[in-house]
Design a protein around this ligand. Structure first.
Ligand code: MG
Length: 249
């Protein structure tokens, strides 16, 4: 069931989203060659706790950390580790959520560790741009397929592929609400977009094929072909005045 939020509820949810955005920004600034992924996670977690919020991911279905840190060919759900050290040229996806006063904000971005290759930069740029294209398509009266088809077309036209097994999602009182928000689809198809819907849009875009594999840890999702993947996410509200990004500082 899709839970529509009132304007007052969206204002309240903005506070959680703002903390999630601040945690992501702080984590991104911590991405440097030589640090561990656990260190980056700690920076995000400390930010959330310092602002009186709860790290949404920690304990979610048993996930052990406040954030997912996914390096290079890891698409999503990388588990922070003291022994995983960031190398020059890595691309590092950080996904982090904060729960505050009964609402959840969820966001992600891929950061460069030092100098990265032009190919990696283009993948990150395209994935970020596709997120904003998808957000622009999240217009009341439209359909969920308008968002996914926009992201899919933008990325596929540039030679990339879209992960199918994981999608964006409604986000509000809990992290994963209805509806599912795929990064692919058909314009004009799927759930009707209505004012008061709050959703997380999160393209996961691969440089090579769309195929994935899961590590035996039960969490880590990698590209099957070992090529790079990028991930950007915002939580937004659909309003009668257009889409509003909530996960901003
Ligand atoms: Mg999400």
């Amino acid at each position: 069931m899709i839970e529509l939020k009132t304007t007052a509820e969206i204002v309240q949810m903005k506070d959680a989203c703002k903390i999630a955005a601040g945690a992501l920004q702080a984590a991104g600034e911590a991405v440097k060659p030589g640090v561990s992924t656990e260190y980056i996670n700690k920076v995000a977690e400390d930010f959330i706790i310092r602002h009186g919020a709860v790290p949404t991911f920690k304990g979610y279905n048993g996930f052990p950390a406040a954030s997912c840190i996914s390096v290079n060919d890891t698409i999503i759900h990388g588990i922070p580790s003291k022994t995983q050290i960031i190398q020059p040229g890595d691309i590092v996806s950080v996904d982090v959520g904060a729960t505050f006063k009964g609402y959840v904000g969820d966001n992600a971005a891929t950061f460069a560790a030092g100098e990265i290759s032009p190919e990696a930069q283009r993948l990150c740029d395209t994935t970020r741009e596709s997120l904003y294209e998808g957000i622009a398509a999240a217009v009341a009266g439209g359909r969920i397929g308008d968002i996914g088809s926009t992201i899919q077309r933008y990325c596929e036209e540039r030679g990339y592929s879209v992960v199918r097994e994981f999608t964006g999602h409604g986000c509000g009182r809990v992290m994963h609400e209805d509806p599912s928000v795929p990064n692919f689809g058909t314009p004009g198809r799927g759930v009707r977009l209505l004012p008061g819907m709050t959703i997380a849009i999160e393209p996961m875009i691969n440089m090579g094929g769309a195929g994935i594999r899961q590590l035996p840890d039960g969490w880590t999702i990698k590209t099957r072909d070992g090529k790079l993947s990028a991930h950007f996410e915002h939580t937004i509200a659909i309003t009668s005045n257009g889409p509003v990004i909530l996960t901003t500082a």
